[in-house]
Design a protein around this ligand. Structure first.
Ligand SMILES: CC(C)(COP(=O)(O)OP(=O)(O)OC[C@H]1O[C@@H](n2cnc3c(N)ncnc32)[C@H](O)[C@@H]1OP(=O)(O)O)[C@@H](O)C(=O)NCCC(=O)NCCS
Length: 190
């Protein structure tokens, strides 16, 4: 680096698809992020068996520091999971991650994105509102660990230049966002 030159953290960040080999590190972040973390088996199932699923990791200098995932079904992207490693929070990395998920979903042909968030998760709700999500309803007692309600949020996605046709066939996936599976894995948003 030239003397005195400031590097933007963005220069050190990389987004890529999640791989099975990443699951160990992903579970470390997952466990510090959620009261009912997904198991490694749940991530494995998402990566290997769910043809609707798209999971991305964010690396800083090659270390995974955040991840997010979604199911692309027809024209809709259903976010299933988003987390930033504890020590990297508050650095606008969650914002970059959600923007990347939105960009990817639009590129894959989605025109809207939805997620559920715990009613008490003010940080996440604020992030989502900032990025264009609006509340559209409530799933009562959605989170089985404490019977907390989930707020359902939706955002419109910008039209992408050359969208890829979204998945339409039925794979091994269940509908995202259902309550029964989120202790096991997919479908949890906190
Ligand atoms: C939610 C989460 C992904 C946010 O990531 P982050 O990198 O810490 O957030 P960012 O630094 O990108 O902040 C982006 C916006 O989020 C909101 N935000 C972030 N930290 C906040 C805080 N401590 N208090 C209030 N709002 C906050 C703000 O709107 C902020 O934008 P602003 O600073 O311009 O107002 C992260 O806190 C996390 O992993 N939490 C645990 C897992 C989780 O709750 N996931 C979401 C499930 S729905």
């Amino acid at each position: 680096m030239e003397p005195g030159r400031q590097t933007d953290i963005g220069d050190r960040l990389n987004f890529r698809l999640m791989k099975v080999e990443d699951i160990g590190r992903i579970c470390e972040i997952e466990e510090e992020a959620f009261p009912t973390p997904w198991t490694s088996a749940a991530f494995y199932n998402e990566l290997v068996n769910n043809h609707f699923a798209h999971y991305m990791v964010m690396e800083l200098d090659g270390e995974i520091i955040a991840y997010g995932g979604m199911w692309l079904i027809m024209n809709e992207a259903h976010v299933t999971n988003i987390a930033v490693a504890l020590r990297y929070r508050g650095m606008k990395l969650g914002e970059r991650l959600v923007r990347e998920l939105k960009r990817t979903a639009a590129f894959m042909g989605a025109d809207k994105m939805t997620l559920e968030v715990r009613e008490s998760n003010e940080v996440a709700k604020r992030l989502y509102r900032k990025l264009g999500f609006a509340s559209s309803g409530v799933r009562k007692a959605y989170y089985t660990d404490n019977n907390e309600d989930a707020i359902i949020m939706w955002a419109d996605l910008p039209r992408a230049a050359s969208p890829v046709k979204p998945a339409q066939e039925k794979g091994n996936a269940q509908q995202p966002g259902r309550q029964v599976q989120h202790q096991e894995g997919a479908g949890k948003q906190e």
